[in-house]
Structure formats: C-alpha cells, structure tokens
Design a protein around this ligand. Sequence first.
Ligand SMILES: Cc1cc2nc3c(=O)[nH]c(=O)nc-3n(C[C@H](O)[C@H](O)[C@H](O)COP(=O)(O)OP(=O)(O)OC[C@H]3O[C@@H](n4cnc5c(N)ncnc54)[C@H](O)[C@@H]3O)c2cc1C
Ligand SMILES: O=C(O)[C@@H]1CCCC=N1
Length: 387
Amino acid sequence: MSTEGDYDCIVIGAGVQGSFSAYELAKRGRRTLLLEQFVLPHSRGSSHGQTRIIRKAYDQDYYTVMMDESYRLWSQLEEEAGVKLCRQTGLLVMGPENGTYQVLKNTLQRNGVPMVILQPEEFSKHIPHVNLADGDAALVDITAGVLYADRALRAVQGQFQKLGGIITDGQKVTDIRPGDLVTVMTSGGVYRAKNLVVTAGCWTNTLLSYIGLQLPLKVLKINVYYWKEKDPGCYSLQNRFPCFLQIECPEAEHLIYGLPSNEYPGLMKVCYHMGSETKPDERDRQTDKSDGDILKRYLTRCFPGLVPEPAVVESCLYTVTPDEHFVLDCHPVHNNIVIGAGFSGHGFKFGPLIGKLLCELSLGEVPSYDLSPFRIRRFQEHSKSAL
Ligand SMILES: Cc1cc2nc3c(=O)[nH]c(=O)nc-3n(C[C@H](O)[C@H](O)[C@H](O)COP(=O)(O)OP(=O)(O)OC[C@H]3O[C@@H](n4cnc5c(N)ncnc54)[C@H](O)[C@@H]3O)c2cc1C
Ligand SMILES: O=C(O)[C@@H]1CCCC=N1
C-alpha cells in the first residue's frame, strides 16, 4: 500500500459544511475527495431548500464576531462563482424588553453592528401588517438577509471542482479505519487519505461509531411551513419586508422565525425553532405537526395578513447539541480526523467560515478563532467513548 494515500484529505458529507471544507482544502492545494451518500443534489439532510437567514444578531459575542468574516467569505464566493447568494433584507427582532431580546441587543451594540431600534409607537409605520405584542420591544439588524441555500451549495461544489476537487456522490461510507493513512470504505470503493473530515450532519454518530466515539446529538425533524399572503406581496422581499425572529411569546416556548415571501410568490416561510425527534433515515415517519398549531395561533395574533393555514409544508433536519453550540474539533485520539457537527439549526450562515476552520484543524494549523466553545470535551459527562 502506498504511504501517500489516494488523497491528501477525504471529506465525508456534501452538505454546506462538508462542501465548504472541501473547497477550502482544494484552495490550499490539497488533493481532496468529497464523498456523499446520496446522488446530488438531494433533500434528505439539513442543507437543502431555497433559503436561510444570515444575521449578526446573536446572544454570544463570538458568533457575532465570526459572522463578520463569514459575510466577507460569502461575498468572495459570490464574486468567484459569479452568482448572487445573499440578499440584504434586515432582520426584525421582537421580544419582551428584558430577557433574550436585551442580551441580543447588547451584543449588537457592543460589536458596533448597524441596527435600528423601533419605538412601539412608530413600529407599524416601518413594519406594516405586523402587530407588535404589548410589552414587546423591536429592533432591526440591518446587516441581515436571505441566503440562497441550494444555489450556494451548487456554487461552492462547482468552485471546488474547478480547483481540481473530486466529488463522488451516491456512495455511502460504511466503515472507517483510522491510522496514519485513514481508510474509508463506501458502498462503491475504498479510499485512503492522510486526513479525514467528518461533516455528516444527522448521520454523524453512525460515522463516529466506526472510530470509537459518540456525541450527545439529537436529530429533530423540522416542518418548514409556507403561509399564503391575503394581499399578495405584502410580506415580500420585493416590498422590502425583512426576515424576523420572535423571541419569548405567549404561544411558543421556542423561537419563531420567518423570511419574506420570495421563492414561492405569495407565500411566506414561517417556522418554529423546534421539532420532534427522529432517526435520520426515518424522517418521513415522524408526522408530528403540533408546531403548526403554535404557529397558527401566533400568526393569527401578529401577522394578520397571512392565512393561518399552511399552504406548503417541506421537511428538514436539525442535529442539536445539548447547548446548541457547534462541534468543531479533532477526534480525541486520532488527530488526523476532524469533526464538524451539531450545527443545531443555525449553521448555514457560518458555512464558509466553518469550512475554513475545519480546513485549518485538518492541516494542524492554529485556528483563526478560539474554538473552546465548540470542543468535544465540554460533553465529558455525556459522551460515550469506547476508546
Ligand atoms: C428548516 C431549517 C431551517 C434552517 N434555517 C437556518 C437559517 O435560517 N440560518 C442558518 O444559518 N442555518 C439554518 N439552518 C441550519 C443549517 O441549514 C444547518 O446547520 C446546516 O445545513 C448543516 O449542514 P451540514 O453540512 O452539517 O449537514 P447536512 O447538510 O445534512 O450534510 C451532511 C451530509 O452528509 C452526508 N452523509 C451522511 N452520512 C454519510 C455517509 N455514511 N456517507 C456519505 N455521506 C454521508 C449526508 O447525506 C448529507 O448530505 C436551518 C436548518 C433547517 C433544517
Ligand atoms: O439561524 C437562523 O437565523 C435561523 C433562525 C433562528 C433559529 C434558527 N435558525
């Protein structure tokens, strides 16, 4: 067997995180193979669909700071690929004055992020067709907007291939043998490389079981709801309606979020940031739609311009960690294996930066950011290690 391996690096999983990791490695001249179990493009994981929110509004400074660079990297990809991937719309944040809303507002202020605070008496002048709840405050994160998700995946995978990267789709990884050269077995072949990056979304623990590690990850099915505008266009991107986040409201224990109508004309996407547990390969057997009732009650009160009955329902998966922070780390024993996982329903906007960070970890470089919030060892009492 050659000690060189077939590749410098193999990346498992061609979702947003694996695709950007592979692209970064190829940019650094590494012979890189991106392996995907499904024929691309597919809609069985977490990265499919037309749109995602991009924003700097976060509770924690480190996410806000990281987004600064992520925005720059998104623009770079737009230029390289010659496609528009982001549309700035702003993000309307609504919630009780004290609580998470205040934490988020403080983070934006501390980090000098451009924002507008909307006084309740002038709210409807700026944001028509929305009822701000009594006692709620509101602000707009000006930097925020919509990311075109499917288009972004096509762009980054295309750029990766232009750099000489190889995408092998329709091959499921069935085993991994660690070592100085890592051996990856798939349904269609055997590949060897000096380094491995595992970005397998909801399937992460299946892959990690081959290399003696389990993480405390929950897989949730998210119902992606689109609601009909009574007056077509009244919540549309063309009419400059923003994305929104509703924090702490009487109808819901968790966040409610929405994006202006755009991809399906006349339909606005509004979802609940929570779902029911499932196994990744049994997504469609999970049929709980109780989140729909929560959203109907909320929309009836706050978005009177929407018909409170879903017009389209799609499905997507979250892989959630106990603290909802990501996992970006090396395997505790095999340091030529890097893991990016647990993006907890908010990882898309960071894709280009996650790719850069996983590439840095894989090349043994000091990562550009402090990755301590994302280390595996924070789960010490949860992680079942067979090592
Ligand atoms: C409804 C919804 C709304 C969201 N909204 C936002 C938002 O507004 N903003 C935001 O920033 N983020 C958002 N997110 C989160 C974001 O989309 C995810 O964090 C991100 O897509 C995770 O990407 P990933 O690459 O980790 O996973 P995935 O996209 O699932 O990629 C993993 C890939 O690995 C492949 N794979 C797994 N096992 C194997 C194997 N054995 N062999 C080969 N390949 C394998 C899978 O097939 C899959 O393609 C949202 C997510 C959902 C579901
Ligand atoms: O990441 C995002 O911006 C969205 C909206 C809030 C909840 C999760 N995803």
